[in-house]
Design a protein around this ligand. Structure first.
Ligand SMILES: NC(=O)c1ccc[n+]([C@@H]2O[C@H](COP(=O)([O-])OP(=O)(O)OC[C@H]3O[C@@H](n4cnc5c(N)ncnc54)[C@H](O)[C@@H]3O)[C@@H](O)[C@H]2O)c1
Ligand SMILES: [Zn+2]
Length: 401
């Protein structure tokens, strides 16, 4: 058991419409000679990468670009990025993109700083010390990778997502410019938005820090439900309830975009301190098995896991229902808590997130193996407030089939 909690963040957060224009001067604070920008071709075509690269070049700094990042990056992408980065040997790394590009940049930064290869750092707290400065500019509103201690790759050989978790992975600076998200297609807005909601809900309903069955001296990547993370999660849930559907329907609605950028940032701070739990645990093997975005996979499982956790988290779920604008008059206890599940199901349907595993190409005979792989992610099981057995997980998978 633990009698303390901690809180980590990016070194600095710079938030505001148009603030990506300051990227060159922010990078300049680190007095770099060579900067490596990691992004992808879609963002280059969207006109998001060039203005940042040009401004850095005009400030007199050499810039190299790696634009071959891909969604849900496989370990092969990390290999290619590391190879390119070693040729450049930059002193500052800049990631422009969603969680996929930011996570590749985190892995590249760790390997450039400490040598070895990406798999040396899989698991938690395997990175031996601070990293070269990493600046992240998120272009989706979802993962919170711009402030988190996590980087996720897809191990295509073993069909599972693999996490690297380390306090040293928190970027030096997060530059959060809602204008960079305006070009997100509706599906990317929806998928990444429900990921942010999942982060906030899992953080807010996780096992409490003082009930976590982990020795205080053992390195553990999350500290469990704690008051500072809770404040951020509550605000993030409220913002998602207010802005996600509008951001999906009206991509140019800047109030909705700004609301979602803030929601994703706050949810990223909440989950990367408190926890993610069984929803992410179920998504990791499914995401490794079939082609589904991380956000859509989480959205598929979120209501079922909330329902499973309900007996252990009635007050928290009532609060979530309130934050999502549910009318709870005349309801109490389980009925009021269940309104949180209903609200999430409503949002999910409104933004077009898949509701059945069979629609993703999962076969019924694959469910037991998925349950086994999820159950084996011990850290996420310990952080789930109602501890699921493998049989419980199989039941959730069958319910979501
Ligand atoms: N490190 C963390 O803390 C963390 C947390 C949650 C998820 N993740 C990981 O992040 C990844 C998912 O990231 P994501 O949801 O941000 O999506 P993404 O980065 O995979 O991007 C999805 C697609 O949207 C495109 N895109 C992104 N921004 C755009 C924009 N502004 N305009 C047009 N197109 C745009 C990208 O080019 C890409 O093709 C997964 O690999 C997931 O495992 C990481
Ligand atoms: Zn997530």
């Amino acid at each position: 058991m633990r009698d303390f909690w901690t809180f980590g963040s990016a070194g600095q957060i710079v938030f505001g419409r148009g603030v990506s224009r300051r990227a060159a001067s922010i990078a300049g604070r680190f007095q770099p000679q060579r900067v490596l920008v990691l992004s992808d071709r879609i963002l280059q075509k969207a006109g998001i990468v060039s203005p940042i690269v040009t401004a850095i070049r005009e400030s007199g700094v050499e810039v190299a670009e790696f634009l071959d990042c891909e969604p849900e990056p496989a370990t092969t992408i990390a290999d290619a990025a590391i190879h390119a980065a070693r040729q450049v040997n930059p002193d500052v790394i800049i990631a422009i993109g969603g969680g996929s590009n930011m996570d590749v940049a985190k892995i590249v930064t760790a390997v450039l700083t400490h040598g070895g290869t990406y798999s040396d750092y899989f698991g938690h707290e395997k990175i031996p010390g601070p990293l070269k400065p990493l600046i992240c500019l998120p272009t989706t509103s979802g993962t919170g990778s711009e402030v988190s201690h996590a980087a996720v790759l897809t191990d295509t050989a073993n069909h599972i997502k693999v996490s690297t978790l380390s306090q040293y992975l928190r970027p030096a600076v997060a530059i959060v410019d809602p204008l960079l998200t305006v070009s997100c297609p509706a599906k990317v807005t929806a998928d990444s938005g429900i990921d942010a909601l999942t982060h906030a809900v899992e953080a807010f309903t996780a096992t409490r820090f003082d009930e976590l069955e982990v020795s205080p001296d053992e390195p553990f990547p999350y500290c469990g439900k704690q008051p500072l993370g809770d404040c951020l999660a509550e605000r993030a849930i409220e913002l998602v309830g207010r802005h996600l559907e509008t951001a999906v329907r009206e991509p140019r609605n800047l109030d909705a975009r700004e609301g979602m950028s803030l929601a994703a940032l706050l949810a990223g701070l909440a989950f990367s301190n408190n926890a993610v739990a069984a929803v992410h645990g179920l998504e990791y093997p499914v995401g490794g098995l079939v082609h589904v975005s991380h956000g859509a996979g989480n959205g598929l499982f979120l209501p079922a896991v909330m329902k499973f956790n309900l007996p252990a988290r009635v007050p928290e779920l009532i609060r979530i229902a309130e934050l999502l604008g549910e009318d709870l008059v005349g309801l109490d206890g389980n009925a009021a808590a269940n309104r949180a599940v209903i609200a999430v199901e409503r949002i999910r349907r409104a933004i077009g997130i898949p509701e059945h595993l069979r629609d993703l190409g999962v076969k019924p005979e694959q469910l037991p193996e998925l349950a086994r792989k999820t159950h084996a992610i011990t850290r996420l099981m310990l952080l789930t407030p109602r501890r699921p057995s493998e049989v419980d997980l199989l039941q959730i998978l069958e319910e979501c089939f």
